[in-house]
Design a protein around this ligand. Structure first.
Ligand SMILES: NC(=O)c1ccc[n+]([C@@H]2O[C@H](COP(=O)([O-])OP(=O)(O)OC[C@H]3O[C@@H](n4cnc5c(N)ncnc54)[C@H](OP(=O)(O)O)[C@@H]3O)[C@@H](O)[C@H]2O)c1
Length: 285
């Protein structure tokens, strides 16, 4: 297959590049809005450019790793977030080929106390969440064959993320307050890339929405403790704080654990525990 990967400079895009080496039977076209080594320029909001790229390279499958991911900035720049996270999904979905797309736990309110299933009602509370949900709808309307993987708390050895921030702050500071009243599942982007390839390589194509994160649950406080322990940073005292003490610019979900039963049952796989993913990522840092 000829596979177009968008947003290749991001966390997941880079992990897709690493993992593609294990699947050499396909031809990969890595693209992003900004070029870099081995990455061609393709803006997913540019309908003419996307159509030309798909035709010129006889693309069979699009894997969309591109997104507007800055939750706070999205509140002030709804137009751009909507363009990239929602309008572009109609562009990608209308190429007459299959699409694998990544969505988010932010489509849910975060008010629940049991893991969210794919069929649970959505209620996004942020512009980011609203635009991502709108993207899901537009993709499914234009491409009923699409697969959407909703994930959460993504980190990687590539790009900037919570793991790298905590390692830096842990070295710089003697004390660190981290929220313990937001519960979710840290997800290693390499494991999400593995999930994407699980979908690609399945003997039967199973369209629809799936939840995929690593296994287990924790708070950002627990996550931080694990990061500093694995990084052997012992001088910094981590203190559990409430979200109201942190004063977020944008509301964060209190509970956004995703139920992954559908993914595991459909594809017949087991998913790595979040600590295991963290351990593998830290070995690369
Ligand atoms: N990060 C998380 O914690 C998290 C949680 C849940 C779900 N997700 C979802 O998981 C997916 C992957 O996230 P990620 O963390 O890998 O994202 P990321 O690191 O922010 O990467 C996204 C990439 O897309 C590029 N991009 C932005 N606008 C584009 C456009 N118009 N055309 C082409 N490329 C464009 C970005 O370039 P610039 O950086 O230059 O803008 C960046 O290289 C996204 O769909 C995200 O919504 C992420």
């Amino acid at each position: 297959m000829n596979i177009l990967i968008t947003g290749s400079n991001g966390q997941l895009g880079n992990e897709m590049r690493v993992m593609s080496a294990a699947h050499p039977k396909h031809n990969y076209f890595f693209t992003d809005v900004v070029d870099s080594e081995g990455v061609q320029v393709l803006d997913i909001t540019d309908k003419a450019a996307v159509s030309a790229f798909v035709q010129d390279h006889a693309i069979d499958l699009i894997i969309n790793c591109a997104a507007y991911t800055n939750v706070d900035k999205a509140e002030e720049d709804e137009v751009t977030a909507m363009k990239i996270n929602a309008e572009a999904l109609s562009v990608l979905g209308s190429q007459g080929i299959r699409v694998i797309h990544i969505s988010t736990d932010y489509v849910f309110s975060g008010d629940e106390h049991i893991p969210c299933r794919e069929s649970d009602p959505v209620a996004p509370r942020t512009i980011y969440g609203i635009t991502k949900y709108e993207g899901e709808k537009r993709l499914l309307a234009s491409c009923p064959e699409a697969v959407i993987l909703r994930t959460a708390w993504l980190y990687s050895s590539f790009g900037n993320n919570f793991v790298k921030t905590m390692m830096r702050l842990g070295k710089e500071r003697k004390e660190l307050g981290v929220v313990f009243d937001q519960i979710g599942t840290p997800t290693y982007a390499a494991d999400l890339a593995w999930a994407v390839f699980t979908v690609v390589e399945a003997p039967v194509w199973h369209p629809g929405i799936y939840h995929f994160t690593n296994e287990g649950v924790c708070s950002w406080y627990d996550f931080t403790i694990a990061i500093l322990a694995l990084a052997n940073i012992t001088e910094c005292q981590v203190r559990p704080i409430l979200s109201e003490e942190y004063q977020y610019k944008t509301p964060r979900p209190h509970y956004s654990v995703l139920d992954k039963s559908k993914f595991k049952k459909t594809f017949g796989v087991a998913i790595p525990y979040w600590m295991d993913g963290l351990h593998r990522c830290m070995q690369k840092l």
